[in-house]
Design a protein around this ligand. Structure first.
Ligand code: MTE
Ligand code: MO
Length: 363
């Protein structure tokens, strides 16, 4: 196995697959506002490509007046911008959906396919302005260098976002993560970062940007969609599902953990919540009595409009078995589904059901 780019990950990463490398952030590391590089989750559909950044070029083409071919030096001539943003995989917490009904052939992600970094690079909008995007271009497509066997025939990983999002200043073409050079595992020399959108649209090892009238036909654009529960994922066509973009309101309980030994009585309960796109976390409710009563948690201010927010509160836990439940509301008053049963779908995406932790308290 080629460990290139992943040798420097922590030993306690929860590794689902070695090749391609798929690993989630250990629970303890989710409590920090910014995730360290050695604990940031990794989601790959193909082996990590080796790219020589000196000969690498980014092509910008399609419905543009001036097609571009940019080297890293060319890109560094644009104004450098930094955005702190949370990335969350659409498959995060699929394991809870699999308990409802099996989802064959998919990674059984727990709650750690989410992390936050300080990303630096150029604004996609600045590069698109240089190329002169034509008015007919309603979508911006991204293509990576990694060729995935999961597509038939195999094809590079890709995805697209609408022009409205692409033109907003927060979408970056990033070469740095937490003020260090972007690691190979996270897309070096250059990756897209689409704040507030599912991780799959933040294409790594970027080679091509295409301005086009329609969303990309890339396999992974419609792979990341929510199908109706009765659909056969092998027999659906593009357009049969809800193609995912902005992240839905979501939260997790970090402490106490399910296997933690806790004494009955007043106990700090903490976690994080994340509202995607241009929504904010409005409130987090926590209950230790199956939702008869709810306590409103204290929310930390977000690092930026594009990040998770950590929260904490104190609940009085009874001796014996207890179940903690947390649910977040966003600024449109959308709330998390009560149970994964409600949101089960054949490919196991976008599980944003309320967070549950079962524990036994000492008297
Ligand atoms: N880009 C390429 N080229 N290949 C990939 O497999 N995986 C996507 C996205 N970009 C992927 C990609 C998915 S599904 C997610 S969730 C994020 O990258 C994960 O980013 P990370 O590995 O840096 O955490
Ligand atoms: Mo993902």
């Amino acid at each position: 196995i080629d460990r290139m780019g992943i040798w420097d990950k922590r030993d306690d990463m929860l590794v689902h697959q070695e090749e391609p490398y798929n690993a989630e952030t250990p629970p303890g590391a989710l409590a920090a506002p910014i995730t360290s590089l050695d604990a940031f989750y990794c989601r790959n559909h193909a082996p990590i490509p080796r790219i020589d950044s000196a000969s690498w070029r980014l092509r910008v083409e399609g419905l543009v007046d001036r097609p571009l071919e940019l080297s890293m030096d060319d890109l560094r001539r644009f104004t450098e911008r930094t955005v702190v943003a949370t990335l969350q995989c659409a498959g995060n917490r699929r394991a809870d959906l699999m308990e409802v009904r099996d989802i064959p052939g998919q990674v059984p992600w727990g709650p750690g396919a989410v992390s936050t970094a300080r990303w630096s690079g150029v604004s996609l909008a600045d590069v698109l302005a240089e190329a002169g995007v034509r008015p007919q271009a309603a979508h911006i497509a991204f293509t990576g260098a990694d060729v995935s066997q999961q597509a038939d025939p195999p094809q590079p990983f890709g995805g697209s976002i609408p022009m409205t999002k692409a033109a907003s200043g927060e979408v970056l073409l990033a070469w740095a993560m937490n003020d260090q050079a972007l690691p190979a595992a996270h897309g070096a020399p250059l990756r897209v970062v689409v704040p507030g959108w599912i991780g799959a649209r933040s294409v790594k090892w970027l080679e091509r940007i295409g301005a086009q009238a329609e969303p990309t036909g890339n396999h992974f654009q419609t792979e990341y969609s929510v199908l109706p529960p009765e659909a056969d994922p092998e027999a659906v066509g593009p357009g049969d599902g809800i193609t995912l973009g902005p992240v839905a309101i979501h939260c997790a309980i970090l402490r106490p953990g399910g296997n933690e030994r806790v004494a009955a009585g007043p106990t700090e309960v903490s976690g994080f919540a994340f509202a995607g796109e241009n929504r904010t976390v409005a409130r987090v409710d926590v209950s230790a009595d199956h939702g008869s009563t709810w306590t409103h948690a204290d929310l930390d201010p977000p690092e930026s409009p594009w990040t998770w927010q950590h929260w904490r509160t104190v609940l009085t836990l009874p001796p014996g078995e207890t179940e903690l439940v947390a649910r977040a509301w966003d600024s449109t008053a959308a709330v998390q589904a009560e149970s994964p049963v409600t949101v089960w779908n054949p490919r196991g995406y976008a599980n944003n059901a309320a967070a549950h932790v079962r524990l036994t308290c000492r008297p």
